[in-house]
Design a binder for this molecule. Structure first.
Ligand code: ADP
Ligand code: ZN
Ligand code: ZN
Length: 804
């Protein structure tokens, strides 16, 4: 007898096993196939993890239910990605079903809400029930199965014969596969007499060989009946062909004619990667190349070599929508055979891309975090660009870090892994120190361009000037620099890492901030619409006239965000064009509009949050200004120094990337701060060694690891009780050397009406910390019923980045 262990996307841990009924007993080994299984009174689809003859140990064989159907005629999830999902499940202590979901396209796991749609003309339908389906409209699966003796197996038969498809109801429409009718001439020597229209069609096809229906109708002004008549007489064939929805559609890119000559540093870096590609046992390469050193060109050449060797490549970028030019460069050189995955795609596009990659048609996938699970089964090269970027860590669901999983994927597939950055994370630097990674440097910009000249502006010398309404934000010297820059036809970027008009509204009478009713934070004031918005839960209200605490009418904005900066600049420099890039302006088409406007030179100043620090290559930018550089240093997080170093170095790197040199002006109230001094001198080595010394003394990563338990509930005591139970368990059963911080209130004590408690466990031995994480998991599992009753939720974050 055969049993299958199946990953089902439910938030439950444990293994779920079904039996293969006799009718399915002679299927091939099913690991990686989708199967439909009964689930309580309905059914669900999952991916088979294990195919075995052993009955599940904890269950009597008679109680095991039967698999309803096997959905695939060949393997659905390739082995590398399935193994990676299993690895992630073990390491991040997440249900395996949630991890496997990362490796399948949207809408591919039909459940009881699935619909069946006929995809062949009725003439071709091989069974009455298929014939009975309306064309092009999905019919709920549950209304087909059981009616008129149709079994699920019959439906699956129809799926395998490619007569019907199963789709998930909610994704309908968007998910529909796009097809194109291709009409070909079979026999030009008609002999028979044809109508005028028919003659025209034959002529057209004779001339063009084949045509789509749209072209044909356009060219010959013929009707469907004309075509059918010709088809019936065997003169033409009509075939439906699948077309891939093209996320590039509308934008064409010129093919690059000549490769630039590599700088010697680029050539050395490339060689190092190509050597790794050949090696039997590979180590990841950390490519530390300063901003503008031409890392993209190195990636490009490496991908080209991998492709030539018949291997597939994967490039992960932190926020791909922010750097369209990156993809542009690859298209210009490699053509359109590239799959791109990012959050801007519709579910239909993502589904198509997945299928195309799965079909092995794509030599290169470029994508954000989630592209890590793209179904590539001939992987040779994995590149993680801007590997230091925190957005590689998933904040919700499975808390995986795409860079770390990329290294795992490289190990299991024996692909070369390249981690690139101008500001590498200390985790990766630590791995170099330990000999796990090799490192390559690119110290100089291409074409002998200089790194920008950095200057600190001590804001203590520039108190706000009542005559100058911009002065509280932008010092007179930076203002002058912006004006001078624009007068020479050059562009500036001004970086302020806060969106909205003001981070708080405060009452001048009672000094209380206007707080979010659901969260323990103050709301951000947005001048647009005169709204107070909570950036944690999305709560928004019109700003009340009166202070909710004391009733006085003196609510005033306090502090500044990008909306205010834009405003102030527009007033101060009426002749200059200001664009703003932040989460508020970049929704939908806004993002590409702003980036295009600035790139074309239709704006003089780009104001923005950390979005402007990402890998943009704007040749016109020669000045970068930073407002409130101290802000990120004050963050209650041991990584705040590293984060500040990275943000400042990255934003500075946007200046002077073309012929003209750039300069950077950093406004601060703490010009003597160690991190700022290192940025000023461009002294990476001093910064790094001091930061590593501090980390080592404290046992922080990369010299130790940590796991963070977050517990939240509508009632504080309920959350605290759970956290304390878990804490006691770890103290009792965990390694002696572990250090526990908490349980205590989280930095933001309440979000969405739920009180939040944190327990941080850290230690120098990764294995001991991970064992503690598993103890946490077991303790939480024990409390499951109790937690459900009191609406307590908990999540375990292995290697947390976000300590909030
Ligand atoms: P990085 O990612 O290291 O900051 P990029 O890859 O964006 O740098 O390269 C910076 C600029 O230098 C780009 O405009 C790129 O086209 C150009 N470039 C790269 N390599 C060369 C080269 N060998 N010769 C001339 N220009 C180059
Ligand atoms: Zn008040
Ligand atoms: Zn809120």
């Amino acid at each position: 007898m055969r049993f299958v262990e199946v990953a089902i996307d439910v938030p439950l841990r444990g293994n779920f096993t079904w039996r293969l009924p006799a009718s399915l007993a002679d299927t091939p080994p099913l690991r990686g196939y989708r199967v439909m299984v009964p689930w309580s009174s309905a059914f669900r689809t999952g991916v088979v993890l294990r195919d075995t003859t052993e009955p599940p140990p904890d269950m009597e064989t008679e109680r095991v239910r039967d698999v309803l159907a096997v959905l695939d005629s060949h393997r659905f999830v390739p082995e590398p990605q399935l193994a990676l999902a299993e690895w992630a499940s073990r390491y991040y202590l997440a249900p395996v079903g949630e991890c496997v979901r990362l490796a399948v396209p949207p809408g591919s796991m039909p459940d009881a809400d699935a619909v069946v749609r006929r995809v062949v003309p009725s003439e071709v339908a091989s069974s009455p029930w298929i014939l009975a389906l309306p064309s092009d409209v999905g019919v709920p699966l549950r209304s087909i199965v059981g009616s008129g003796g149709v079994r699920l197996a019959d439906v699956m038969q129809g799926v395998f014969q490619q007569q019907v498809v199963l789709e998930q109801e909610n994704a309908r429409g968007q998910m529909r596969e796009q097809t194109l009718e291709r009409i070909r001439l079979l026999d030009a020597d008609t002999g028979a007499q044809l109508g005028a229209k028919q003659q025209l069609v034959i002529e057209h096809l004779r001339q063009w060989g084949e045509s789509t229906w749209d072209e044909l109708r356009e060219a010959c002004d013929c009707s469907r009946a004309t075509l059918q008549a010709l088809q019936k007489r065997g003169l033409v064939s009509v075939a439906e062909e699948r077309v891939w929805r093209d996320p590039f559609s509308g934008s064409t890119v010129l093919r690059r004619q000549h490769d630039p000559a590599l700088t010697s540093e680029q050539a050395t870096a490339l060689k190092q990667i190509l050597v790794t590609l050949q090696e039997v046992t590979k180590k990841p390469v950390l490519l530390h190349g300063v901003t503008g050193s031409g890392k993209t060109e190195v990636y490009l050449r490496a991908v080209r070599e991998a492709t030539a060797a018949g291997l597939q490549s994967l490039i992960l970028l932190p926020e791909i929508a922010l750097t369209p030019q990156f993809v542009g460069v690859f298209r210009a050189v490699l053509g359109d055979e590239i799959a791109v995955q990012h959050s801007g795609l519709t579910p239909g596009q993502r589904h198509d891309q997945w299928q195309r990659i799965r079909a092995g048609e794509v030599p290169l996938v470029i994508g954000a975090r989630s592209a890590l699970f793209a179904p590539l089964d001939k992987l040779g090269l994995i590149i993680v660009d801007e590997e230091h970027d925190p957005s590689f860590k998933q904040d919700t669901g499975v808390h995986y870090h795409a860079r770390d999983l990329a290294v795992v994927l490289g190990q299991t597939t024996n692909a070369a892994v390249v981690l690139g950055s101008a500001t590498p994370s200390l985790e990766s630097v630590g791995n170099v120190v330990r000999g796990r990674y090799t490192i390559g440097f690119m110290h100089r910009r291409v074409a002998n361009r200089l790194l920008p000249d950095v200057q600190l502006i001590d804001m203590r010398h520039y108190p706000p000037d009542p005559e100058d309404p911009a002065s509280h934000l932008v010092s007179p010297i930076l203002q002058q620099a912006v004006v001078d820059n624009a007068s020479q036809g050059q562009q500036s970027i001004l970086f302020l890492n806060r969106r909205g008009y003001s981070p708080t509204m405060e009452c001048r009478a009672c000094e209380q901030p206007l707080a979010c009713p659901h969260c323990d934070v103050s709301t951000t004031y947005h001048q647009r619409g005169n709204m107070a918005r909570c950036h944690y839960c999305g709560f928004a209200v019109r700003v009340p006239r009166q202070c909710p605490t004391c009733g006085s009418e003196e609510l005033t904005p306090k502090g500044a965000g990008t909306e205010q900066l834009e405003n102030v600049l527009e007033q101060a420099f009426s002749g200059l064009r200001v664009a703003r890039l932040d989460a508020d302006t970049s929704r939908g088409k806004g993002l590409s509009r702003i980036l295009d406007t600035f790139r074309r030179g239709d704006a003089d100043i780009l104001v923005g949050t950390q979005m402007v620090t990402k890998g943009h290559d704007f040749p016109g930018v020669t000045l970068v200004g930073v407002m409130q550089a101290d802000q990120s240093l004050k963050f209650p997080d041991f990584r705040s120094g590293e984060r500040t170093w990275q943000l400042l170095t990255q934003v500075a790197g946007r200046a002077g990337r073309a012929e003209r040199p750039g300069r950077v002006m950093i406004q601060t109230w703490n010009p003597d701060h160690f991190v700022l001094q290192c940025v000023l001198k461009g002294d990476y080595d001093t910064w790094k060694s001091q930061e590593l010394t501090f980390r080592k003394r404290m046992g922080y990563p990369p010299f130790g690891s940590m796991v963070l338990l977050r517990v939240h509930a509508p009632e504080w005591p309920a959350a605290m009780e759970v956290a304390e139970f878990v804490s006691a368990r770890v103290r009792h059963d965990g390694a002696r050397a572990l250090r526990l911080v908490g349980p205590a209130d989280a930095p933001v004590t309440r979000i969405r009406g739920r009180f939040r408690i944190h327990l941080l466990v850290r230690g120098t031995e990764r294995g001991e910390v991970h064992a503690a994480a598993r103890l946490m998991r077991l303790a939480l599992d024990e409390l499951e019923a109790n937690m459900r009753k009191r609406d307590v939720r908990a999540d375990i974050d292995v290697d947390p980045l976000n300590m909030l």
